[in-house]
Design a protein around this ligand. Sequence first.
Ligand SMILES: [Zn+2]
Length: 117
Amino acid sequence: MRRTELDRFRKRLEEKRREVQELVQAARTTESQHGDTETPDLGDRATDAFNREVSYGVRINERDLVRRIDRALGRIESGEYGKCVNCSKTIQKARLTAVPWARHCIECQELLDRGDL
Ligand SMILES: [Zn+2]
């Protein structure tokens, strides 16, 4: 992949990372604002924290997304970006544009989604 293209993807990834982290931050702020009034004793609070982790599934996925973005940025640095981690084929550019942190080409992703990989 050309340097200019790599830079473009890097910029997209960095933007997305910031965006996601702001969302995570916002979720955390909302949570701490509600936390104290709704959970009077410590035992309940522990359970509540667990329930929140589950109910805030979106937030967990966002954390996962940050990890994926970080890995993609790492692959840009190591020169492996845009290559399928399974079959080493070049990942389609349209796919990278839609999902810049993609690690698999379309074919391998389909196998993965079906549970065949
Ligand atoms: Zn592949």
